[in-house]
Design a binder for this molecule. Structure first.
Ligand SMILES: Nc1nc2c(c(=O)[nH]1)N[C@H]1C(S)=C(S)[C@@H](COP(=O)(O)OP(=O)(O)OC[C@H]3O[C@@H](n4cnc5c(=O)[nH]c(N)nc54)[C@H](O)[C@@H]3O)O[C@H]1N2
Ligand SMILES: Nc1nc2c(c(=O)[nH]1)N[C@H]1C(S)=C(S)[C@@H](COP(=O)(O)OP(=O)(O)OC[C@H]3O[C@@H](n4cnc5c(=O)[nH]c(N)nc54)[C@H](O)[C@@H]3O)O[C@H]1N2
Ligand SMILES: [Mo]
Length: 749
């Protein structure tokens, strides 16, 4: 095969979009925006420095205490010994064999959550899962930190697979533009977040659509704790975090009170309103959910609530809900209640009406493309059936054998002896990191494949250095983007890094399953095979894609898979004929009351949506922890990726915490001050940005700073997950509750 080291400038793809890369010798020296992108992301600016950063893992490394005495304690506190590849692979394979033979594959956790990097073949999750399946399976995880709670509740309510609804079936931006008069955005729609989309996003469109909505006169209302959650020009209705369900109930109450409920739609397309209505009116609990009831809970005036409800009933209204609302304790409730509110308005199934989720969360939502599948490295099947809800990893490690509830099932946490992680950073993504760190000491062995010495790599026993996408050839494509990329190998592997595929091939050979894992193919062979299958699948739907050599030559192509003009509203057929187009719920209708959920008997998620205050929110604020911390996604990177380079920039660390002037003044805090942010779970440093773009009582500290010091000390760079609460959203969803946390802030003198 021809030399795959590319000439000096090539385009590659990433989760934050395509970009041009300049290479000199063996180094990436600069990145530039891709010509076809109207709103390119600046995230790749820090990429050259990150790829060649001193924090790259240079060689296979084993923690000294583990290597010498199989000590478990000391993770994160001990030095590593560098070993030659063959020796390190021998040791890791022998340990994997020991654990699976002594304790069974049920004792191996391979959930390995995380975004890793774009590129279809070198997809770290697929690689690790395939390897573990070849050796007899592993405990997997269900759902995501992004939408785990919604993935559990929404099938009960709407009878759809939530991810399919999100990515393939929601109204496209053109449909919204043409039809929606009022866009009611719970949690905003943030172009900062829509920079990113899993698998890639080439033309960043969200900001451009907001310009067009403004020209058209669409009223866009951002309901949430931060003005900056929506583009400039949108109205801002500040609400207290965690209170959206109360606000939605009050909007629903106004509809009832003022005769604005679409009873015909409720009768023909929903079940259970008669069970919900007495709760709404207060007949069941003596508390009518009026605007006056909700006002002190959510911080929005009763008159404003009334006016908004009337506006929603009298115009074509699309309610959108950010994923952040369900990344919080009782996150099931605002999601369920948003459907009930939309059903009461009777616009579900009308173009630009009803309810939608995650517009802006990632850039691919609302693109309306013909889903063209393919290019998936087969993971094979997992002989171990046990899975955990993804965000319950801390509980799992802490409590082997403990029973727990999940979406109607009574389950038991497995007894995990070995953890294998590739393509994720739990010390970035998990909540209550000090507690995680204690639980993390329990397994006998932790193996991590990582390009960088992240907090997770530093707390592993065996670390294999992985290549980044710029060091290997791959194909970039996703169902949510209309471009196809050849991702060239731009530079040779940094240090002794190897592709995940090579690492797992090496382990598979040693564990006696080499042929099963590789099927006799090299990475090149796999890419050629998967690409050929993709080409065939495209041809089946009449789309011509060039062969692999031609794609290599062209670097990228635009695919003709974008719907021109408005798309067909997914619920339109159901709206027109609910008997012919039944939903996948037990009743075939939208379930305002769910007999299934009711039968679970969960007090934290009963049979219809209810107001359940979170354990930690402004309603339970104390002098020790008076402020609500939201920890949104960072604007300058993807999660913790590229942090190595960003943290080097003078003054960039610790991370910036946004605080309202009313909260800053009594603490004598001004912009630029160094802060201590703390609660009973931990503490981190942050740098103050005093701004009235945030609600009083709320502070925002983005995720993504690498976790520094374990134990009770202060995290130096500002990782909010030392402060967040590690509880499931409820027994139903068991999702991540990152956005429900109370903290105190003080100036660090
Ligand atoms: N407080 C709080 N916490 C949150 C959230 C929140 O809103 N608030 N959001 C949550 C959400 S929605 C998410 S999705 C998670 C994200 O959490 P993660 O997905 O775990 O975060 P990343 O930093 O993207 O981790 C990916 C890791 O993969 C590594 N990597 C990249 N390419 C490769 C490769 O080819 N091979 C290997 N082996 N490794 C590779 C990167 O270096 C990086 O360390 O965070 C969650 N945590
Ligand atoms: N640049 C960049 N973009 C990203 C990512 C990234 O790391 N960097 N990560 C991607 C991933 S994995 C995901 S899952 C998505 C996440 O997309 P989202 O879940 O939408 O994102 P967040 O940033 O967690 O939250 C958005 C806003 O919700 C508000 N909010 C928090 N709690 C509440 C509440 O109770 N009520 C209301 N009304 N508002 C609230 C906060 O002010 C916050 O800024 O973003 C994706 N986009
Ligand atoms: Mo996410």
């Amino acid at each position: 095969m021809a030399d795959k080291t590319a000439p000096s400038t090539k385009v590659t793809s990433s989760h934050w979009g395509a970009f041009e890369v300049d290479v000199e010798g063996n180094r990436i020296v600069a990145t530039r925006p891709f010509s076809q992108d109207p709103h390119p992301s600046r995230i790749p600016d820090s990429l050259p420095a990150a790829v060649h950063h001193r924090t790259r893992v240079a060689r296979p490394s084993i923690r000294r205490g583990w290597l010498e005495a199989r000590e478990r304690g000391g993770r994160g506190a001990q030095e590593f010994v560098e070993l030659p590849w063959d020796e390190a692979l021998d040791i890791a394979a022998a340990e994997i064999d020991r654990v699976r033979h002594q304790h069974g594959n049920e004792s191996i956790f391979g959930g390995s959550y995380g975004w890793g990097s774009a590129g279809r073949f070198h997809h770290a999750q697929s690689q690790v899962h395939r390897f573990l399946n070849c050796i007899g399976g592993y405990v997997a995880s269900f759902g995501s930190y992004s939408t785990g709670c919604a993935q559990s509740i929404m099938p009960h309510v709407l009878g759809v697979n939530f991810l399919q609804l999100l990515y393939e079936h929601q109204d496209g931006w053109q449909t919204i533009h043409d039809n929606t008069e009022t866009l009611v955005m719970f949690g905003g729609i943030n172009p900062k977040n829509s920079q990113v989309s899993m698998g890639g996003i080439t033309e960043h469109e969200t900001a451009g659509w907001f310009d067009r909505l403004a020209t058209r006169g669409t009223r866009c209302i951002n309901i949430g704790p931060q003005r900056t959650d929506a583009p400039e020009g949108c109205e801002w209705l500040p609400v207290r975090p965690g209170s959206d369900t109360a606000l939605m109930l009050a909007l629903a109450h106004v509809l009832e009170e003022e005769g604005l409920v679409d009873r015909t739609f409720l009768a023909s397309h929903t079940v259970g309103y008669e069970r919900f209505r007495p709760y709404l009116l207060g007949d069941t609990d003596g508390v009518p959910k009026t605007p006056d009831w909700a006002a002190p809970l959510c911080g929005v005036g009763a008159d404003t609530i009334r006016a908004l409800a009337r506006r929603m009933a009298s115009t074509r209204t699309l309610i959108t809900v950010a994923w952040s609302l369900q990344r919080a304790e009782h996150g099931e409730q605002p999601y369920w209640m948003s459907v009930v509110l939309a059903a009461m308005l009777g616009q579900i199934g009308l173009p630009g009406g009803g309810v939608g989720y995650g517009y802006g969360a990632i850039g691919g939502v609302g693109k309306s493309l013909l889903g063209l599948r393919g290019m998936t490295f087969p993971q094979l099947s997992n002989p171990v059936e046990d899975t955990i809800p993804v965000a319950r990893i801390g509980d799992m490690l802490r409590n082997p054998g403990r029973p727990y509830d999940f979406n109607g099932q009574r389950k038991t946490y497995p007894d995990i002896r070995l953890v294998y992680w590739a393509g994720g950073n739990p010390y970035h993504h998990h909540q209550d990191l000090n507690a995680l760190h204690e639980a993390w000491q329990r397994p006998e062995t932790i193996i991590v494949n990582e390009p960088w010495w992240t907090a997770t790599a530093k707390r592993a026993d065996i670390v294999f250095p992985a290549t980044t996408p710029y060091e290997r050839e791959d194909i970039g494509r996703t169902n949510m983007d209309d471009y196809l990329f050849h991702m060239p190998r731009l530079i040779p592997p940094v240090g002794q890094a190897r592709d995940d595929y090579d690492i797992f091939s090496g382990l598979a050979n040693r564990c006696g399953v080499g042929d099963r894992f590789t099927e006799g193919r090299s990475a090149d062979d796999w890419i050629a095979k998967l690409y050929a299958e993709y080409q065939d699948a495209a041809a089946d739907v009449g789309i011509d894609v060039p062969d692999l050599d031609a794609l290599r030559e062209r670097n990228w192509i635009k695919l003709p898979i974008k719907a021109e003009g408005p798309n067909r509203t997914f619920f339109a057929p159901f709206r027109e004929d609910p008997d012919a187009f039944r939903l996948g719920t037990p009743s075939g209708r939208i379930e305002i009351f769910s007999a299934t959920i009711d039968s679970f008997g969960y007090d934290d998620c009963p049979g219809h949506p209810v107001w359940l205050p979170p354990t930690e929110w402004l309603g339970t604020a104390s002098t020790a922890a008076p402020l609500h911390l939201v920890s949104p996604q960072p604007g300058d990177k993807l999660h913790s990726q590229l942090e190595a380079a960003l943290a080097d920039v003078e003054g960039a660390r610790p991370e910036t915490l946004v605080i309202h002037p009313d909260d800053a003044a009594p603490r004598e805090i001004t912009t630029g001050d160094l802060l201590r942010v703390f609660n009973a779970r931990g503490a981190c440093r942050a740098r103050a940005s005093v701004s009235s773009d945030i609600n009083p009582g709320v502070v925002a500290l983005p995720t993504g700073a690498w976790f520094g010091d374990p134990g009770g000390n202060i995290d130096p760079d500002g990782n909010p997950n030392v402060l967040t609460l590690d509880v499931g959203t409820s027994r139903l969803g068991q999702g991540c509750s990152a956005h429900s946390a109370l903290v105190q802030v003080a100036r660090l003198s």
